[in-house]
Design a protein around this ligand. Structure first.
Ligand code: ADP
Ligand code: MG
Length: 683
């Protein structure tokens, strides 16, 4: 195969679209082959490079087939030192090649062996007495099955020779930031000179690393900010009415809004009055009352004759939103409609017609609302609950719909709601162009949920307690263990638990809800639980967010140690919603490791979603928050916003400045870092 062709093949197998990207296939670590160790000085356990002359080589068949090669030190000073090396997999060519008298250089770990000190499957090459040693450290690259290090090295080498390594950023900027040039940084990372600070390379704190991280963060900031600017140029309907409706809504409530709710409402109201699209996240812990804020946000649009779309990721959640919004808004004479996959036939056509005619003022539903068949006459605002739980496809569709393709049409405002607070570092990177309102205050009278850690050994006791609890008229959840590997196993576990509890609690009405049920079945079970026809609801984590049954005051979470803290906190938020004293039992599998126990204790000690989320971020990393890693969307590959916060800060400032001055560096930089026009996932 021609040399060029094989480079292309390697590039494709590693998943890169261009040679320029192959340049950024960076080593995992390095091996030092710049120095030879005399065989006599090589100690078992060390990884060294030695050079020797073969004295004998033979294929042994016991204890298994292998090629055993013995060599003596090549350096004349200590000619008697010997070493063996063994190849368990070899081909005839190697047997022919490794003959007595041939000089070889080995790199590998020395082990005490059957014949004496040896290396098993070292990297080796045939050399002559004057073959130079490499002058730089040898990179070890991440690989995919079937591509050897030598092949990758050759391909990267070719890419380095071929690719455009010209700097995208001006010299004076780099000098000011104390960062090396791009070409210099990339070359150093592939071939660190001997004496290079290997610790800094592996900790990724070396200036060469910092340069690439900075570049990546800068590209992210440029891309996000450019979007923000594009959005700022879009026109949105300026919504200024609705104050009277808001007063009537608040006056009709059986409770006072919290200060935080009023603050968020004021921020949203101000955004809606502007003639550019709002792009705001309303974050607030479970139970902080985001739905009321959403209801208030609908009013300016409705009063000014526009429409609102309200969406939730699951049918259960959407249904609850619909229930609350209809209760509050219909009382003001607002026409609220419901659209989900389960709405079919004539009824679906009727709802679609009302939406298209502008008669439906507020449409609530699942992602059914962003299907092509749904045409709003005058959409002014989209509200998305728990937006991070929508599938990536749906988020992208939603986003695409948000930016209206018709030049004269107005772009709707966007309000996102989330109970998973975004830590500051993530907010600055992934959500760079998002405004945030925070509900940092729970409605009064909410009782903290007493949280207990109990081991599986005491399961029978817990079940007995459940019986007494429900006998007193309270309702309870039993959350089944999370089975990450498969949906099917998860379902089996839930069914087994259900059967067990039905048998153990003959006096109680037990229900089962899980992700495999059809939407209508789920809704029926939830309805039965809400109306008190079910005492104990056995559930998988489908009840995680938003479900609101105030009479449910006890929750058992089985194998809590398998779940993330934020998720447990969300689950726990399902109880403690009524006047009753509420309890959450974290039933853990035994033995429970020290770290797992510590994690669960965080939850026992705190009711504050924000501090719990921070702890979760520290323990589990950012991928869990953005959900982008699983989706394979362009995540940051080199930088970690939590650890590289100084670079992130700088990148923000620099991005802003480059955009303001219309610097040509912007295009150059984005062309290098986002060549396929992909955007960093956000919102
Ligand atoms: P979340 O922020 O988790 O979506 P919800 O909007 O579902 O919270 O509100 C949780 C419960 O608290 C609902 O039953 C809601 O009616 C009630 N609620 C909301 N605001 C207040 C308030 N200011 N005072 C008392 N109860 C409130
Ligand atoms: Mg909610």
């Amino acid at each position: 195969m021609p040399r060029d062709g094989s480079v292309e093949a390697v590039r494709k197998r590693l998943g890169y679209a261009s040679t320029a990207e192959l340049v950024l296939h960076l080593p995992l670590r390095y091996e030092d082959e710049t120095r030879l160790t005399p065989i006599a000085a090589a100690r078992a356990g060390e990884t060294v490079t030695v050079e020797g002359v073969i004295v004998q080589a033979a294929v042994h068949t016991r204890p298994r087939r292998q090629l055993v090669v013995e060599l003596v030190e090549a350096a004349p000073e200590s000619p008697r030192a010997r070493m063996f090396f063994r190849l368990l997999h070899f081909h005839p060519g190697q047997v022919a090649q490794l003959r007595p008298g041939v000089r070889v250089r080995l790199h590998g770990q020395v082990r005490p062996g059957f014949f004496g000190d040896e290396m098993v499957h070292p990297r080796y090459r045939l050399v002559r007495a004057d073959t130079p040693l490499p002058r730089t450290l040898t990179p070890v690259y991440p690989s995919v099955a079937g591509i050897g290090q030598t092949t990758i090295r050759r391909a990267v080498e070719a890419a380095l020779a071929d690719a455009d390594l010209a700097d995208t950023l001006p010299q004076d900027l780099l000098a000011r930031l104390g960062l090396p040039g791009y070409a210099e940084a990339v070359r150093l990372l592939h071939h660190p000179p001997p004496g290079c600070d290997l610790a800094a390379l592996s900790a990724r704190t070396h200036p060469a690393w910092r340069r690439l991280k900075f570049d990546e963060l800068l590209a992210q900031q440029l891309s996000l900010r450019r979007h923000a600017r594009a959005r700022a140029r879009l026109a949105a309907p300026s919504l200024t009415g609705g104050d009277l409706l808001a007063q009537r809504l608040l006056a009709g409530l059986p409770f006072q809004p919290t200060g935080a709710q009023l603050r968020a409402w004021a921020e949203i109201r101000a955004d809606l009055a502007r003639s550019r699209p709002m792009h705001r996240l309303l974050q607030g812990d479970v139970g902080s009352g985001k739905t009321l804020v959403a209801a208030l946000a609908c009013l300016p649009a409705v009063a000014d004759g526009w429409q609102v779309a309200v969406m939730a990721p699951t049918e259960i959640l959407a249904e609850q939103l619909y229930g609350k919004l209809r209760e509050w808004l219909a009382a003001l004479g607002v026409r609220v409609v419901w659209l989900a996959a389960a709405v079919k036939g004539r009824q679906r056509r009727a709802v679609l017609t009302q939406i298209a005619a502008g008669e439906a003022q507020v449409a609530v539903g699942t992602h059914a609302l962003i299907q092509d068949e749904v045409r709003f006459a005058r959409l002014a605002l989209a509200i998305v609950d728990e937006q991070h739980r929508f599938g990536v496809e749906q988020r992208l569709t939603l986003r695409a719909k948000g930016i209206n393709p018709h030049p004269n049409a107005l772009t709707p405002h966007l309000l996102m709601m989330s109970a998973t607070p975004i830590p500051r570092s993530l907010a600055m990177s992934y959500y760079a162009d998002l405004d945030v309102s925070t509900l940092d205050e729970l409605p009064p009278g909410r009782r903290p949920v007493m949280t207990k850690l109990i081991g599986q050994r005491r399961r029978a006791e817990v079940i007995a307690r459940l019986r007494d609890y429900c006998a007193g008229g309270a309702q309870a959840y039993w959350v089944c263990p999370l089975v990450e590997e498969s949906d099917r196993l998860q379902l089996k576990a839930a069914e087994a638990t259900y059967a067990e509890l039905v048998q153990a609690l003959p006096g109680l009405r037990v229900g089962l809800i899980h992700g495999r049920l059809k939407a209508a079945q789920k809704a029926a079970v939830m309805q039965a639980f809400k109306s008190g026809e079910i005492d104990l609801l056995v559930a998988t984590t489908v009840i995680e967010v938003g479900v609101d049954v105030p009479n449910a005051a006890l929750m058992v979470i089985e194998h809590a140690e398998r779940m993330g803290l934020a998720q447990l906190h969300q689950l726990r938020g399902r109880v403690g919603r009524g006047g009753r004293e509420s309890v959450c039992i974290l039933l853990y599998g035994e033995p429970l490791g020290a770290q797992a126990r510590q994690r669960l204790r965080v939850l026992r000690a705190s009711q504050d979603g924000f501090s719990i989320a921070r702890e979760d971020l520290r323990l589990r990393g950012p991928g869990e928050f953005t959900g982008a890693r699983q989706a394979g969307l362009p995540m940051l590959r080199f930088a970690n916003p939590e650890l590289d916060v100084d670079l992130l800060q700088t990148a923000r400032v620099v991005a802003e400045r480059l955009l303001n001055t219309g610097d040509a560096a912007v295009e150059r930089h984005l062309a290098r870092w986002l060549p396929r026009g992909l955007e960093f996932l956000q919102g």
